[in-house]
Design a protein around this ligand. Structure first.
Ligand code: KIV
Ligand code: ZN
Length: 518
């Protein structure tokens, strides 16, 4: 007999709280819909007490995503639990997730409490949450560095108080698989009533062992695993959803468990997250990296041509990776275009498709072939965009070996067309300096990266910028076959996002004290 493993996705909470992965509400909503298609069992949508923005995003997700359990994180404070419940109360199946640290290191240096005080806080919080729902998860933060007997005691107390799921995190990614499995086994043996609740594990990847530790936890009896798409999360990240799911899928012989994840949505989910955040995956990332199914060495290619199983342990199609990349061009009609978007997993309204089709035609006029990546960028740019405070109307750049790089820029600002010229040490610097002057921005450019979507000199340049102003950070993205135009678009997109965020910022608190707003 095989056991189902519950997939608890925390991409929008543990993942989103890590530097660089901040998302706005529309982006979170978009990703949440994709996670629903992926069929995760539980979606941790955020930490509602951390900011008004987080509260709103969790609330919106809870209202719209109906087929997945929606969890919200809370510390043991009543205000946190009230906020968590306030945000998820309209979910079809809400879960309050309460945590408190349990290791001596955290008790002594962070909480300044003794063990009995921590148990009392946990019990009080679970009992308080019980008035709202019976679906309560309790997490012992830094569980893997907690005294085993104390861990069992606090789990016992949380279960008696009404927790229905207990979660054992390796918060700092310190555990070694055999040791983690022993800890799970110990807790199972020494915690009264643990058989009546779900036992969960939540691992971080500081030593690159998150997936191994999670699998060890599953083998030792954990029924729920907490994971993120692409393994994003605090510091080195969390257990990667795709690695965990595909390990269980591929090694059923050794791991007699199953998930109800729709594996064909793994690649689209991974891609969508990278697209939304503008942070590309390392090429050798297991399962979803661009090299994960590429065979370069002649001896490997020869083997794969003779029989795929020589060097391939998974079929790319299982994770929804289309090997046929070449798709449509300028003669393709709206119908083929709409079909392709649907195949890529985008459920768009007719008016969104109409709008995108116009952009597609403009792009197809410049390039012979449009590949899936181009379409994904179009979707990300068009559908996830914020209102245009600044709009690029015209750009002319002069650069070369014997001239001072000069940019002439025309922007539409509040309905007026304005034009300016400026210099820089290179064409992109000249463009950014000129745009910055026109927009009157004080923002700092924290990151600038340029990447081509496909091979070839006619590939689209894909530019990502990260901007910061008054403690607010945002990404900007732009694509164009001309990399200077792509850079200008990315910068303007970043400035538009910044303007949008600043408008909302007055009603938001600084997120988790680290200055990220969304
Ligand atoms: O890593 C951790 O301990 C957490 C808890 C809040 C579950 O993210
Ligand atoms: Zn965590």
């Amino acid at each position: 007999m095989t056991d189902k493993i519950i997939i608890f996705d925390t991409t929008l909470r543990d993942g989103e709280q890590s530097p660089g992965y901040s998302m706005n509400t529309a982006e979170k909503m978009y990703l949440a819909s994709q996670l629903e298609k992926l069929r995760v069992d539980v979606l941790e949508a955020g930490f509602p007490s951390s900011s008004e923005g987080d509260f709103e995003a969790v609330q919106m997700i809870a209202k719209k995503i109906r087929s997945v359990e929606i969890a919200a994180l809370a510390r043991t404070f009543k205000e946190d639990i009230n906020a968590a419940w306030g945000a998820i109360k309209e979910a079809a199946n809400p879960r309050i997730h309460i945590f408190i640290a349990t290791s001596d290191i955290h008790l002594q240096h962070k909480l300044k409490m003794d063990r009995n005080q921590v148990i009392n806080k946990a019990v009080e919080a679970v009992k308080y949450a019980k008035q709202f729902t019976n679906n309560i998860e309790f997490s012992a933060e830094d569980g893997s560095r907690t005294d085993r007997d104390f861990l069992s005691r606090i789990f016992e107390a949380a279960i008696l108080a009404g927790a229905t799921i207990v979660n054992l995190p390796d918060t700092v990614g310190y555990a070694i698989p055999v040791e983690f499995a022993e800890l799970i086994a110990y807790v199972k043996d020494h915690t009264p009533n643990i058989g009546k609740v779900i036992l969960s594990v939540h691992c971080h990847n500081d030593l690159g062992l998150a997936t191994a530790n999670t699998l060890a936890g599953v083998n030792a009896g954990a029924q729920q695993v907490e994971v993120t798409v692409n393994g994003i999360g605090e510091r080195a990240g969390n257990t990667s959803l795709e690695e965990l799911v595909m390990a269980l899928h591929t090694r059923k012989d050794y791991l007699p468990y199953f998930t109800t994840i729709n594996t064909k949505e793994i690649y689209p989910s991974s891609h969508l997250l990278a697209m939304i955040t503008g942070i590309p995956l390392q090429p050798n990332k297991a399962i979803v990296g661009s090299n994960a199914f590429a065979h370069e060495a002649g001896i490997h290619q020869d083997g794969v041509l003779k029989n795929k199983t020589t060097y391939e342990i998974m079929e790319p199609a299982t994770i929804g990776l289309e090997t046929n990349h070449l798709i449509i061009g300028k003669h393709s009609g709206r119908h083929a275009f709409g079909d392709r978007l649907q195949t890529l997993g985008y459920d768009l309204s007719e008016s969104d498709i109409d709008h995108l089709f116009k952009r597609f035609k403009e792009l197809a006029d410049k390039r012979k072939e449009i590949v899936n990546e181009d379409l994904e960028v179009l979707v990300a740019e068009e559908i996830l965009r914020v209102p245009d405070t600044f709009k690029l109307k015209y750009l002319n750049v002069i650069s070369g070996t014997a001239t001072v790089p000069t940019a002439t820029v025309q922007l539409e600002i509040g309905g007026n067309i304005e034009q300016k010229a400026g210099f820089g040490i290179g064409p992109i610097d000249a463009t950014f300096n000129t745009i910055a002057k026109m927009a009157g921005t004080e923002s700092k450019l924290l990151r600038f990266s340029i990447d081509s979507l496909t091979g070839g000199t006619d590939a689209q340049g894909n530019v990502t910028v990260r901007l910061e102003e008054e403690g607010v950070q945002t990404l900007g993205k732009g694509t164009d076959p001309d990399i200077i135009v792509a850079s200008a678009k990315a910068y303007i997109n970043g400035l538009n996002r910044l303007a949008h965020l600043k408008q909302k910022a007055s009603s938001q608190n600084n997120k988790r004290g680290c200055g990220f707003l969304h």
